[in-house]
Design a protein around this ligand. Structure first.
Ligand code: M6R
Length: 612
């Protein structure tokens, strides 16, 4: 939620910041802005809309400064407009701030400052923060770094901030709590950003700022202190991210690129984790903590959105393969519910970004109550990855399209490996089942490739249903979460109302919606629920619903009953969600494109939800 980029060095900062903002645009795209020094004074350019709108406007100013800060916004306080866009000035216009997060006690601070004569131009909590820092500076006469420290000790909420000040025009001050901030260290230059994507082109050496830390960057180097003013030696890490991974690579949208990357990303999620000779599973990140999983009284899977759907798939996997009690929780509900948690519970937090505020809070709660926390994250070094006791990265590579696709299949792949490893250790998987699962996993990347070859047919179906107003998605067992995921994909990028249900639930209410105008998507592969789902299809056809069925290759029965079929290869039932979800991703994508939607940056959404 909101993207931050700042630069200090010898290069012209404006083009670098604009490029960085475009890379970060997936984090928020309702408005953007930059602040740079030009002719000895601090200038701010802000614009509602995409970064390209800002670029068009500010380019005319011919900016040449070599220090600057930039921000792309996802509105929380105040509507998206030019005034509420960041950066925000202090009242004397000598300081500018960019902020990602929410200052929860901003109203009380604002009231205090207003009584002292501060006038606020925007509706944002962020503008209050820079005025607060300015006020502390004036009241105490302390240098900026100290004023920031005093202010942040009083602030409640989450923030990643960067401040540029006219009084120290060759210095950037940054801080974080709850929202990510990474500092790239180049040759005599520094890059501060919400994630490494705008940095990787220039340097691979980075320092991740921790919560409650303040960074001061200037010609003397990088200094990090915490809110108690204790200095810390920066820990420089090398990032592995490659530039191609964050570019479209010839695809019209990141989402399509990411859908087509799945044979590779799923293979990467398994790479090195299955010993070819012995079939033994090895998840390095769990080493030293695997016993906790083996002894777990209960596994609680927490996540939001698509990650929660991956958790629902995993519920079936862990129960079936490892015979352990499983609960799946929306992180946002779990964190406020006073849940009963035992010291021998294991919580598995699932998150692509590793920054989702509700998931992080759920982890902290479960940790306080003594549970062991495992993470299944995609973003390396992210807050969630660092907050967990152990975990397994999904290695899907950066996912930039707001709609999650390859992250989901990689999450499910890793969770499948975890469930198999646990079941094998506990002796709850018979040898022949184990062999079947390993064969299924080995065939998976190729089979995903086969499904992707059907894209043309799926596009034709999308064309027929482009202007449908509603969709119902139905599945049973492991395909019920896939139905939820298919419906979520469609609604978030095409803005069509869609609902996912367990197919058997249909007759308890949703069946009332069925008529000749209602498209119903069935995930009806040949598995243990096949006969049941065939009956459910008949129930819909009897009411004239238009049925699109995802079926197993060679199925002869269902194609005779339904309007459209999409075939997927036969696979092990436990692995089949990784195939059945692919046509649903493609269908949503093509419908959204045909409706002229902004597929990678759908309205009202942001990729990384760092506010609750
Ligand atoms: O980064 P996370 O996996 O924690 O994000 C959770 C959800 O915000 C995310 O899955 C969201 O639902 C996606 N936009 C769905 O496509």
């Amino acid at each position: 939620m909101c993207g931050i980029i700042a630069y200090l060095g010898d290069r012209p900062s404006f083009p670098l910041i604009i490029k960085g903002l475009k890379r970060l645009e997936y984090r928020g795209y309702d408005s953007s802005g930059v602040a740079v020094f030009e002719n000895g004074s601090l200038n701010i350019f802000k614009k509602k809309g995409k970064v390209a709108d800002l670029e068009a406007e500010a380019s005319a100013a011919g900016l040449t400064a070599t220090i600057g800060i930039g921000h792309t916004r996802w509105a929380t306080h105040g509507e998206p407009n030019d005034v509420n866009a960041h950066p925000h000035f202090s009242s004397d216009r000598r300081m500018a701030l960019i902020h990602n997060g929410i200052i929860e006690n901003y109203a009380a601070i604002k009231q205090r400052l207003e009584k002292k004569g501060h006038v606020f131009l925007s509706d944002t909590d962020s503008e209050v923060l820079i005025h607060f820092i300015e006020d502390i500076r004036k009241e105490t006469g302390q240098p900026l770094e100290e004023a920031v420290r005093i202010a942040l000790r009083e602030v409640v909420g989450a923030y990643a901030i960067v401040i540029l000040s006219q009084d120290a025009p060759d210095q950037l001050i940054a801080a974080r709590k709850g929202s990510p901030l990474v500092i790239g260290i180049g040759d005599g230059e520094y890059f501060l950003a919400s994630d490494a994507t705008p940095i990787v082109e220039y340097t691979k050496n980075v320092v991740y700022l921790d919560d409650y830390e303040i960074a001061v960057v200037n010609a003397h180097g990088l200094k990090i202190v915490n809110l108690d003013n204790t200095e810390k030696l920066p820990y420089v890490q090398t990032i592995e991210l490659e530039l191609e991974a964050i570019e479209k690579g010839g695809y019209p949208h990141f989402m399509l690129k990411e859908i087509f990357e799945q044979p590779r990303s799923v293979a990467d999620s398994m790479r090195g984790r299955i010993q070819p000779a012995t079939g033994m599973l090895q998840l390095g990140g769990l080493t030293g903590h695997f016993d906790k999983l083996v002894e777990a009284r209960r596994i609680i899977l927490v996540g939001c959105g698509t990650s929660w759907h991956a958790g629902l798939v995993a519920e079936y996997l862990f129960e079936e393969l490892a015979r352990v009690n499983v609960e799946v929780e929306y992180a946002s509900e779990f964190r406020y519910r006073n849940p009963v948690i035992h010291h021998d519970d294991v919580v598995i937090a699932i998150s692509q970004s590793g920054e989702t505020a509700d998931t992080l809070a759920a982890i902290e709660l479960a940790k306080e109550r003594g549970a062991t926390i495992f993470g299944v994250c995609n973003a390396v070094g992210s807050s969630i990855a660092r907050a967990t006791h152990a975990g397994a990265y999904t290695h899907a590579g950066p996912e930039i399209g707001v709609a999650s696709t390859k992250a989901f299949t990689s999450q499910v792949t890793v969770l499948t490996l975890m469930a198999i490893a646990l079941g094998r250790h506990k002796g709850t998987i018979r040898d022949e089942v184990f062999t079947g699962l390993l064969e299924g996993l080995a065939a998976l990347p190729g089979q995903i490739g086969q499904v992707l070859e059907n894209a043309g047919k799926i596009k034709e179906i999308a064309y027929i249903f482009t202007y449908a107003r509603n969709f119902i998605y139905l599945g049973r067992g492991l395909h019920f979460p896939v139905a939820l995921e298919g419906a979520l994909k469609l609604k978030e990028i095409s803005y069509i109302h869609a609902e996912g249900y367990p197919a058997a639930e249909m007759k308890h209410g949703p069946i009332a919606l069925i008529d000749e105008d209602m498209p119903v998507i069935f995930i009806a592969t040949r598995d243990s629920s096949y006969e049941k789902i065939v009956s459910n299809i008949q129930e819909v056809k009897a009411r004239k619903g238009r049925v699109i069925a995802i079926v197993t290759e060679g199925d002869e029965l269902i194609p005779k009953m339904v309007d459209f079929v999409i075939e997927i290869p036969e696979s092990h039932e436990m692995i089949s969600p990784l195939l059945s979800v692919i046509p649903l991703q493609l269908l949503s994508y093509y419908i959204a494109v045909m409706r002229g939607r902004d597929v990678d940056q759908p309205r009202n959404l942001a990729k990384s939800v760092t506010v609750e």
